[in-house]
Write a protein that binds this ligand. Sequence first.
Ligand code: SAM
Length: 313
Amino acid sequence: MSDTSVLPLQLTAWIDHQFSQSLIAGEWEVRRLFHGRSGVIDELRAVVIDWLAPVAVIRLYADVEAALLADLVAFLAAKEAVQGVLVQERGRKRETKFNIPYGQVSEVMQVLESGLVYQIEPLQFQNFGLFLDMRNGRNWLRAHAQGAKVLNLFSYTCAFSVAAIAGGAESVVNVDVSKRALTIGRKNHQLNNQDKAASQFMPYDMLKSWSRIKKPGPYDIVVIDPPSFQPGSFIAERDYCKVLRRLSQLTTADAKVMLCHNDPEQSSQFIRTLMATQCREFVFEQHLPVPEDFAEQDVEKSVKVLIYKRTAA
Ligand SMILES: C[S@@+](CC[C@H](N)C(=O)[O-])C[C@H]1O[C@@H](n2cnc3c(N)ncnc32)[C@H](O)[C@@H]1O
């Protein structure tokens, strides 16, 4: 880095730390290199940097000084492992724009997380195919899936299911209204050499498809990871309770349920209250910590991942 760099030392030290954490058993794993929203550096709240090896992605939710952006690109580009830097401007009321100021970025890539392979598309406008903040959820599922029948609701690209099968799950059922996401999900299972017969794909609006979803059950583990606000498909405030009301029909007597909620404006109390009113036979077991690279001063602003267990009562 040049002597005249405008980058805060705290930022470069943090990025270097995350790079070192990403190199596991000699292989680069996906990692959030900088989570500006945590407020750790106040003036960089609108900056997010992800490491999708070999590409570093800088996401800007508001304008930053040109000198700072140029130094950040140069800092990342100077790393031997970085073969491309992608800058994406996005955020409410801003036109999404991409720019590749260094190297090359493929439209379709394969990345590693916890030793598993996932297909991603870094140039996609919205989500590139893998929610990095859910790593601890996937690792939890992998550790608890041995022999289980798993239902993955709102499965998107089936990352939870890939982790479940890697953990020895007997079978997984993926439900998502997006056929395109499920096609990538199929690919993700294949990339990890997982038995085709172990996974089913249901491209349905789940709120209208309960009998089809119920059929392969009952399930030992159910994952529920909906969007918080997707008008026309799912609005958590209105629809989360509709999913929870089905849980007792879908699960075995000692099933576990992973409930996720990604609205930073709502605390985990949202889920706890719903469970206390809609699903009394389930008891709270655990609130999973967020991965270290997503740590926030207020944990309730992060994605919430709660584990419940069905009891005999
Ligand atoms: C937050 S993403 C899920 C992320 C996913 N669990 C993962 O681990 O990557 C939400 C997903 O819900 C799907 N979705 C939204 N409303 C739905 C509905 N009513 N029925 C089925 N899928 C729905 C969307 O297509 C999207 O893929």
